[in-house]
Design a protein around this ligand. Structure first.
Ligand SMILES: NC(=O)c1ccc[n+]([C@@H]2O[C@H](COP(=O)([O-])OP(=O)(O)OC[C@H]3O[C@@H](n4cnc5c(N)ncnc54)[C@H](O)[C@@H]3O)[C@@H](O)[C@H]2O)c1
Length: 265
């Protein structure tokens, strides 16, 4: 057994019905954890959970913007898995716009999902994993920020602001968890561009705004800014989540880890 092994650990991954979250759920399951996928997409979420390696995994409906939905989903998770040691606050949304064209409803949606949703995830994760919580064994929370929190890329002003908020939420939650003896490490990752539904949509949207001649040119510009010379892959993000969830990261808390091929350095 290595320090990366997650056998016996129980994990909840938000936004795990597709994209990065699905890949994170798969990697956690491969490392030995039992995994609950929480998402607003019931059908896709259930299919994703069925596809996970090993037994005991599940799907629970979770709208991360809703406090009651969190209470219910976390209770179901603890009941189904027999505890909770790992929470990955991955669900998020991106709506591209020039600053001059911002739509208030779109801004609210991004604030609700990315900031409120992550904040509520921290609230419920810490309450459940701290010593007096329903799971009570401490654990690890990994928040998914973005390289957008570390650079200025055109067309994603509010998205970038919400991901900077995820970064700060991470630090303060880690501080409180340490000071109050919760035994929960709290970290975040800053993924670079990955061609999921969201990543591919972003390249298309910034081209439509006239910021790049085509989606391919937008992707080329990102690669140009990336010392590693390529886009990110789902597995690049998922493996780092496994590391942060595992005992290999036992002395890592309050950290933000760039997983962007150097784009944000
Ligand atoms: N793809 C990228 O290039 C990239 C880069 C940096 C950061 N990120 C971040 O990674 C995370 C995952 O991105 P992705 O590319 O997989 O996106 P995606 O759009 O493919 O998947 C997002 C998932 O979140 C779920 N979701 C949305 N709102 C929800 C809510 N209110 N409650 C529960 N689930 C909800 C969706 O149903 C979906 O399954 C996001 O936080 C995103 O901001 C993505």
């Amino acid at each position: 057994m290595t320090v990366y092994e997650l056998s016996g650990r129980k994990a909840l991954v938000t936004g795990g019905a597709q994209g990065l979250g699905e890949g994170m759920a798969q990697a956690l399951a491969r490392a030995g954890a039992t995994v609950m996928i929480g998402d607003v997409q019931d059908e896709a979420g259930a299919v994703a959970a069925k596809g996970l390696e090993g037994d005991g995994h599940g799907f629970v409906h979770l709208d991360i913007t809703d406090d009651d939905s969190w209470s219910s989903a976390v209770a179901t998770t603890v009941d189904h898995l027999g505890g909770l040691d790992i929470l990955v606050n991955n669900a998020g949304v991106e709506i591209t716009s020039l600053v001059t064209e911002l739509d208030a409803a779109d801004v609210r949606t991004m604030l609700e999902v990315n900031v409120l949703g992550t904040a509520l995830g921290l609230k419920h994760g810490l309450r459940t994993m701290r010593p007096e919580g329903a799971a009570g064994n401490g654990g690890s929370i990994v928040n998914v920020a973005s390289v957008a929190a570390t650079i200025a890329f055109p067309g994603i002003s509010v998205y970038s602001a919400t991901k900077s908020a995820v970064d700060r939420l991470t630090r303060v939650a880690a501080m409180e968890s340490g000071k109050l003896g919760y035994g929960v490490r709290v970290n975040c990752i800053y993924p670079g561009l990955v061609p999921t539904a969201m990543g591919a949509g972003l390249a298309k949207d910034v081209a439509e705004l006239g910021l790049f001649a085509s989606p391919e040119e937008a992707v080329g510009a990102v690669i140009e800014l990336t010392p590693a010379g390529r886009l990110g892959e789902v597995g690049d993000m998922a493996d780092v989540v496994v590391f942060l969830a595992s005992d290999a990261a036992r002395f890592v808390t309050g950290a933000g880890l760039s997983v962007d091929g150097g784009m944000g350095m």
